[in-house]
Design a protein around this ligand. Sequence first.
Ligand SMILES: C[S@@+](CC[C@H](N)C(=O)[O-])C[C@H]1O[C@@H](n2cnc3c(N)ncnc32)[C@H](O)[C@@H]1O
Length: 253
Amino acid sequence: VRNILVIGIGAGNPEHLTIQAVKALQRVDVFFITDKGRDKEDLQRLRAQICSQYIEHPRYRTIEVTDPERDRSSPDYEEAVQAWHQQRLALYESLIREQLAANECGAFLVWGDPGLYDSTLRIIGQLASRNGVEFEYEVIPGITSVQALTARHRITLNQIGEPVHITTGRRLARNPSLAAADTVVLLDGECAFRRVSDEHVEIFWGAYLGTPAEIVMSGPLTELAPTIERVRAEARRQHGWIMDTYLLRRPRG
Ligand SMILES: C[S@@+](CC[C@H](N)C(=O)[O-])C[C@H]1O[C@@H](n2cnc3c(N)ncnc32)[C@H](O)[C@@H]1O
């Protein structure tokens, strides 16, 4: 039977791959590399570097596929995401059927950990449960951007005995009072932190974490927000893309 490995590769530093992930790479016959457009070229390069650095045999094949784009012009976000998932479902099914022989092992290399804001597991899970192509699959965990962020700032994710909320920039923009609790924000293209006016909140921000381009800053949010916004815009212009994550914290006591 075909085997699929969904491997978390960490959020940018090749040394964040676990030993389990490095061992799993050796079993792979075909890597499915999904390309999300030109601005993510650096990320593709990192995936290729990981393969060449850690895989001890030259027998693997790489299949590059262009991931369908979500319709960003659609006013209905949920509907656009649904349609996009359906397209990806069809694409992944044909990849597995056409590119993977019956006893081969295929792999998807997922940024960070496959369990955090990534749809690969949802797609693979849906494919496995319908009567299309038959395969088994395993998930190999990875270091998330959240862990890379807290380690870089040398902080704990939670305050003693307190919960942590993980959300998106879109949701923080809709509800800035989320910052009153400890909140980690991913996928924020619009600097939603600017909407938080609580002067007691601190920000721990990181971009390109784990890569040579890494930038980190921390301090009182309302003071630092304009600087982060400017630095972020400059870095984005320079690299052509940006990935940043931050923790908002209102210190207790
Ligand atoms: C689609 S989510 C994927 C998250 C990933 N699965 C993880 O475990 O970190 C992409 C978001 O993760 C965050 N991210 C991923 N890699 C990052 C990095 N190296 N530095 C800063 N943020 C990163 C950014 O917020 C980005 O918008």
